[in-house]
Write a protein of this length. Structure first.
Length: 403
């Protein structure tokens, strides 16, 4: 609750300078009047906050965000006022940046702003999807329920992302090892044997000539190669941040056989869960569909899905529009159709979302299970070819008959 520094006088005309907590100016005047004090002037005391400059990170972790939603929903369910909830939340053990943002939202709400309006001032912290849900909760009077749905959605979304990251850790490690071994062999090991191989003065096998040529190229141009690699990584990193780059990357991943099912099942899971959440919060089908591209955040999906939005806007059934966009699995389309026909679309989407969560987990496990041996085989083949190229001429020279 804000603190006001005020000046007034009592019944004896004695000047009083003091400070008092009050939710706003009106409450301050009422409380002073009840105390027999006539207000002359007042000023809201500026809250002391830690500077964001000293914060370790300007980002808010997903776990913090989920906790914020859960605690917010619990307090609203107990009957607490919106401003009281925000006042408690801004004093919780969140990061400095998050606490400062919640404090600013709290002050805006005290000033008469809608919670949605206050949240949208901090787009880097509160996603548009979340703000849209809060808006529906405010106008429907079910803010606590919407916050609980948001908490469940973000918690589930976080688990999906964590599973993908943890599953990809070992294949990425193997790829790094392969790259390191390749450079080590080309720059140090092969040159050690090159002079010994060439000093025999006999014909060198073609495979050995090729490997020696690659090795000489790496040794002579190692600085340039490293610069090119770093420059390429930086270029790709920047390019994949652009709209065209995102589309190319995501189109490749969705069409690449090894990860195709994983990507489609992942997007289907997120789509079903978030679409059900929006519909369950009171949003119309068209409004919910328009939010989906921002939620899924996949340029390839967006390009396909925009046709579905246009078709539903023109009166076509959702299931038919989703089928025509050519992205979702047939089972998902059928479940949506059943939900539409039975006027239970939200429930149907929740069920199919839970089902595809399991399908996604299984497809991810299979993909990783295939990826690991592929990487190991590539590593073994690469090392084997280089060692064969080195040892083959040595074996030929040592077994050749003496003249």
């Amino acid at each position: 609750m804000p603190i006001f520094n005020y000046i007034g006088y009592d019944e004896n005309s004695t000047i009083i300078k003091d400070r008092m907590k009050a939710s706003d100016e009106s409450e301050l005047k009422i409380r002073l009047k009840d105390a027999g004090i006539t207000l002359i002037d007042f000023k809201k005391e500026k809250e002391k906050r830690r500077s964001n400059f000293l914060a370790v990170s300007s980002r808010v972790s997903r776990s913090e965000f989920i906790t914020f939603c859960e605690e917010f929903a619990i307090m609203l369910n107990t009957g607490s006022e919106l401003s009281e909830c925000l006042d408690v939340l801004r004093k919780q053990e969140f990061s400095t940046v998050f606490k400062n943002v919640i404090s600013e939202v709290y002050e805006d709400v005290l000033g008469g702003s809608l919670l949605t309006t206050a949240l949208r001032k901090h787009k880097k912290i509160f996603p548009e999807y979340f703000c849209s849900m809060i808006y529906i909760g405010e106008i429907s009077g079910n803010l606590a329920g919407v916050l609980r749905k948001a908490s469940d959605y973000y918690d589930n979304d976080q688990k999906i992302k964590q599973k993908v990251k943890s599953s990809m850790a070992y294949p990425i490690f193997l790829f790094v090892v392969i790259t390191a071994i390749f450079f080590l062999l080309m720059i140090y090991v092969v040159p050690m044997f090159a002079d010994m191989i060439l000093q025999y003065g006999q014909e060198v096998p073609l495979l050995t000539q090729i490997v020696l040529g690659f090795s000489n190229f790496f040794v002579d141009n190692i600085i340039i190669i490293l610069i090119v690699i770093v420059a390429l990584i930086i270029f790709l990193f920047i390019f994949f941040k652009t709209k065209l780059g995102k589309f190319i990357k995501e189109a490749f991943l969705i069409k690449f056989p090894l990860v195709r099912k994983v990507k489609i099942n992942s997007i289907t899971t997120r789509f079903a869960s978030s679409f059900a959440t929006l519909l369950g919060s009171g949003m119309t089908v068209i409004s919910a569909m328009k939010e989906m591209p921002r939620i899924i955040n996949n340029e390839y999906f967006t390009k396909k899905f925009n046709f579905a939005i246009e078709e539903v806007s023109n009166g076509k059934k959702l299931s038919r529009a989703l089928e025509n966009c050519g992205f979702f699995p047939a089972l998902f389309i059928q479940m949506v159709k059943v939900g539409e026909d039975n006027s239970a679309l939200t429930q149907s989407l929740e069920k199919i979302g839970g089902y595809y969560q399991g399908v996604f987990n299984a497809s991810l496990t299979r993909a990783i299970g295939l990826l690991e041996p592929v990487v190991i085989v590539i590593m073994g083949a690469l090392v084997g070819v280089i060692l064969l190229a080195v040892m083959l001429p040595i074996f030929q020279f040592t077994t050749a008959p003496l003249a």
